[in-house]
Design a binder for this molecule. Structure first.
Ligand SMILES: CC(C)(COP(=O)(O)OP(=O)(O)OC[C@H]1O[C@@H](n2cnc3c(N)ncnc32)[C@H](O)[C@@H]1OP(=O)(O)O)[C@@H](O)C(=O)NCCC(=O)NCCS
Length: 193
């Protein structure tokens, strides 16, 4: 089974696997950020305590099934976001990453650092070949993350996500293992690799 974290990604900020006991705090942070999140993430519209319990249970099963993991981003001891792998396609050695941050944790590079840590894990620990990120067209803050890290936009997926009753186009970004090992496209910290 995967062992991940806790992993420091910035001063006062760490990634750690979700735990069943996070349900109350997770529900509260989503409720406090509902409008901010639900604009792009449909599940945030209605997520309540029971949904959080079920989500955390699914994440435990995901870990047990060796199908990737999702992690809490903890800032100064409080849950400030989530980031992780939706699932792992071991046959094709491919995965996808999703993420969200509380509104007041934005603007410090935390999610860029978190996604960097997950890419290192996917490519160097699991030796996967391809990682994708899908972003709704118009979500400029989210799009900036794969672009900052040197992902290549491969396609526009037509009406791929249903958000608030509207079928939205998404941008498909991908990073391949040799590109990441070579330093992406001028991403920060690339010279350390
Ligand atoms: C998408 C989301 C996680 C992006 O958050 P973010 O704070 O912009 O992303 P980061 O944490 O990587 O921070 C980048 C910002 O910090 C700044 N920054 C500061 N130090 C930095 C550093 N060392 N490295 C990178 N960026 C840094 C960047 O300039 C950027 O700020 P800017 O947008 O004002 O230019 C957040 O907006 C969110 O959760 N949105 C709602 C949910 C969502 O859309 N999820 C994604 C669905 S695909």
């Amino acid at each position: 089974m995967t062992h991940f974290g806790p992993l420091s990604i910035a001063e006062g900020a760490e990634l750690r696997l979700w735990e069943a006991c996070d349900a109350v705090e997770l529900t509260e942070v989503i409720a406090a950020n509902r409008e901010h999140l639900a604009t792009w993430l449909p599940w945030a519209e209605t997520q309540g305590f029971q949904d959080s319990v079920e989500y955390l249970d699914l994440k435990r099963l995901q870990l047990e099934a060796n199908d990737g993991f999702e992690a809490a981003l903890v800032l100064d001891g409080e849950i400030a976001g989530g980031v992780g792998f939706h699932r792992v396609d071991w046959v094709n050695r491919s995965t996808s990453i999703g993420y969200w941050l509380a509104a007041d944790a934005q603007g410090r590079g935390l999610m860029t650092a978190a996604v960097t840590a997950l890419l290192d894990y996917a490519f160097f620990e699991w030796e996967l070949h391809r990682v994708i990120i899908e972003v709704i067209v118009g979500n400029e803050r989210s799009r900036a993350i794969p672009e900052r890290l040197g992902f290549r936009q491969e396609a526009i997926l037509r009406e791929a996500k249903l958000v608030r009753g509207s079928h939205e186009d998404t941008r498909l970004y991908a990073m391949l293992a040799p590109e990441w090992a070579a330093g992406g496209a001028d991403r920060e910290g690339a010279e350390r690799r």
